[in-house]
Ligand binder design. Structure first.
Ligand code: MN
Length: 504
């Protein structure tokens, strides 16, 4: 199920100045319009790219930045200086800008006309130095932004812009978003805790708790007709054994799971929530721990995490937005258990129940099994493997003076054997750069056991997203050297402690 990223616009803004006269400025506008149009239809860019008039004065820049702040549809600005645009005229506007910014360092003309080049050509194609002036002021103002260098027609350039626009769409989606927790964090767990006020100030979303009784009331109001209809959908979509079908001895468990799913969806829709958490420690009045319901709701792009882990629930939602329309799924995940054979060390990722079927390799199997914890009736869940291919795990931790976003690039493998006795969905992966260094790096970085897992979201998107949020981003990938990584953590600690004193 795809979200519509075309609801988001990025504004294409070209810097110039009055100096050149109206004929040149007309040409600048024409060229900019052409570039904006090409980016708007580029398959790699999922949002709308909207041309804006060429900036030639301080007031115009200020008006533009204020308009961007006020436009709900505007997810960010792409700026470029075709000619020279003195940067002091950008200061007042950029000071007020509250939207993400991407500086595209490109040139309208790809090739130099070697035999005919004259001063007219030179004056029209000045990005090589115009964009340096533009870059200086953003560095001088300590503005977090993405710099993309490349010819605007090239696929590689458009891919980079596409990644940034996906991050910008996810960032826009977080602003004013609401996440609901049914119950608190799992008792005594540290990493799922965090400052919800700091998160709202930094990220723009709010997290509030509802007693599970509020949900139970909605679940209990679900009609048998609606339950019947949903069960038909289950039977059409998944492998379902006879025992779970109507007349089977475990059919009741499926009916309860369907009732919980319908109730949860109604609650989320009614409250305009974009994600939720549950906890097995607080299920009063619910017959089962919700398993099938979070799985299916994640597939509808709701953020979710277990045990009250609201930071991961919000992150999963953001990753769902970034991934929209791309091949490969995105899910809540937990590093669960290891295979430690020499030369073939792999991680088996899973959770008690709640893995999103968007990462299923083929048709999922609907099953009911006992659950050791929670003290409730046997819950329903979808069971499946995850296809081989590149993926990543991302975690968001609260370090008191900042949030840290940690990413590990991994490679999913086809499980080496069937696991007929394992009653949960799972993914099996190899870590980059290798098992020992990846796990050590993750642990040095205080990485959570809960993650957002994706076979669609890229490190580049998450780095862009982290830059928009102004938080720390650390990456464990094929190039990671543990010694250097430990130093990076130390330097980041110092930098983020100093950062509050920066003048911006
Ligand atoms: Mn967990």
């Amino acid at each position: 199920m795809n979200l519509n990223l075309k609801e988001h616009e990025v504004w294409f803004v070209t810097g110039s100045q009055h100096l050149y006269g109206s004929e040149t400025l007309k040409k600048v506008a024409e060229h900019s319009r052409e570039i904006a149009k090409a980016l708007n239809v580029a398959p790699a860019i999922p949002v709308q790219v909207v041309f804006k008039p060429v900036m030639v004065s301080p007031d115009a820049v200020t008006d533009l930045c204020q308009a961007a702040n006020n436009a709900n549809t505007c997810a960010g600005l792409i700026t470029w200086c075709h000619t020279f645009s003195p940067s002091k005229m950008w200061i007042n506007g950029l000071k007020q800008l509250r939207k993400p910014i991407c500086h595209l360092h490109t040139q309208y003309n790809r090739d130099l006309p070697w035999r005919t080049i004259d001063m007219d050509f030179m004056n029209m194609n000045q990005a090589a130095h115009g964009d340096r002036e533009h870059g200086f002021i953003m560095s001088r103002m300590r503005l977090s932004r993405k710099v993309i260098v490349g010819f605007w027609h090239e696929e590689a350039t458009q891919q980079k812009i596409g990644a940034w626009t996906r991050a910008a769409a996810a960032w826009a989606d977080w602003q004013g978003a609401k996440f609901v927790r049914f119950g608190d964090n799992m008792r005594e767990v540290a990493v799922t805790e965090g400052d919800k006020v700091a998160a709202q100030m930094r990220f723009g979303y709010s997290v509030n708790t509802h007693g599970v009784g509020d949900l139970v009331k909605v679940v209990n109001a679900v009609t048998e007709t609606d339950v019947d209809a949903l069960i038909k959908e289950y039977e059409a979509t998944y492998t379902v054994t006879a025992a779970l079908k109507r007349g089977g001895n475990r059919h009741k468990s499926i009916r309860e799971a369907a009732r919980i799913e319908i109730g949860l969806r109604a609650f989320l829709k009614g409250g305009h929530f974009k994600g939720f958490t549950t906890t097995f420690e607080d299920l009063h009045g619910l017959v089962q721990l919700p398993g099938l319901a979070p799985q299916r709701l994640m597939a509808e792009n709701y953020g979710f995490a277990g045990e009250g882990d609201w930071k991961t629930a919000a992150l999963v939602r953001a990753m769902k937005v970034m991934a929209s329309g791309l091949k490969g799924g995105t899910s809540f995940m937990e590093d669960y258990t290891y295979h430690l054979a020499p030369g073939n060390k792999v991680v088996l990722g899973a959770h008690m129940l709640e893995i999103c079927p968007s990462i299923a390799d083929g048709k999922a199997s609907l099953q009911v099994h006992p659950l050791g914890i929670g003290g409730k009736a046997d819950p329903a869940r979808l069971v499946f493997n995850t296809p081989a291919g590149p993926a990543l795990n991302a975690a968001l931790m609260d370090f008191g003076n900042r949030f840290r976003l940690l990413i590990n690039e991994v490679d999913c493998i086809t499980p080496p054997a069937d696991m007929p006795k394992l009653p949960v969905a799972r993914a099996v992966w190899k870590c980059r750069p290798n098992f020992a260094d990846a796990c050590a790096a993750w642990i040095y970085a205080g990485g959570a056991h809960h993650t957002g897992f994706s076979q669609a979201v890229t490190t580049e998107m998450l780095e862009d997203f982290g830059a928009m949020a102004g938080i720390e981003v650390v990456v464990v990938d094929a190039d990671t050297k543990l010694r250097q990584f430990k130093q990076e953590l130390l330097w980041n600690d110092c930098a983020h402690s100093l950062k509050s004193g920066w003048v911006s």
